[in-house]
Write a protein that binds this ligand. Sequence first.
Ligand code: PEP
Ligand code: MN
Length: 337
Amino acid sequence: MIIVMRPGVTRQEIENVEKRLIELGFKTHPIYGEVKTVIGAVGDKRLLEGHNLLQLPGVESIVPIMKPYKLVGRELKKDNTIVKADDVEIGGNKLVVMAGPCAVESREQLFEVAKKVKEAGATVLRGGAYKPRTSPYSFQGMEEEGLKILSEAARYYGLKVVTEVMDTRDVELVARYADILQIGARNMQNYRLLKECGLSRKPVLLKRGLCATIEEWLMAAEYVAVSGNSDIILCERGIRTFETTTRNTMDINAVPVVKELSHLPIVVDPSHGCGNWKWVDAVSRAFVAAGADGLMVEVHPDPANAVSDGNQSLKPEKFAHLMESLKPIAQAVGREL
Ligand code: PEP
Ligand code: MN
């Protein structure tokens, strides 16, 4: 439920209401809006029986939350959430572009790609050090060595790092090197991992599961939020359908639907969505036009020899061209790039 506070309410009154809710067994999440402050209270509403919160100073009304996701839904928070990875904002007027190879393969590869994506205007460097591969015999990632290379290259070129964490045991380690923790599509319903990332202070980029509905995806985000971390970026990366020409089917509907249902920012990953570099440009442009808050794009200096996802990776020059072509579209929908 949502405890709506009166305009002009004092800090002390807000804290008193929170204290009372916690005593009754609720988890509280105050949201200080421009006009109004509300307190999200998560717990069994039967705990309220015999207690009239409306009598507490500063309380204006109590509104139930109808949707199953409470903290990440629009009912609780009307304003868009802007997630900050230091000085990079995701969900504000400026679109954020995260780019880099599927996997960190070597120092040379990563420094080269970091330089090129930075020059083209990306602000976040992507690259997997722990790779979720279909075959256990495929390259599994450079692990901590890869994380070190990522963070060194990012620091050198003034970029932030987003990288995948696959296991609860690695969250602390990955968070030491990353600015944003990526939860991959295959782990979207790994609830222990969601909770562990919820305990981290680093923003979380939560990819949509291979076959997840939008509601299941938002419920996964709710796990992160209720564990204490509301800095969540949703990432549409295509879902499985009967279509096999493309690797996945990009769900463009997800952008306006998520924007309506949730206050969280949404970025899109056309590389995994298409599975072929040739379609990445057109799909990226469509998603910017639809209102996405940013893109995650795979870029490799030598896609033909990439250890993973070379087929869907753009060469740096093609990426730079894509960035240029996105500018008028961003402008047309009132965004900056
Ligand atoms: C990736 O970003 O490299 C990746 C494995 O993505 P997904 O989890 O969307 O398949
Ligand atoms: Mn990949």
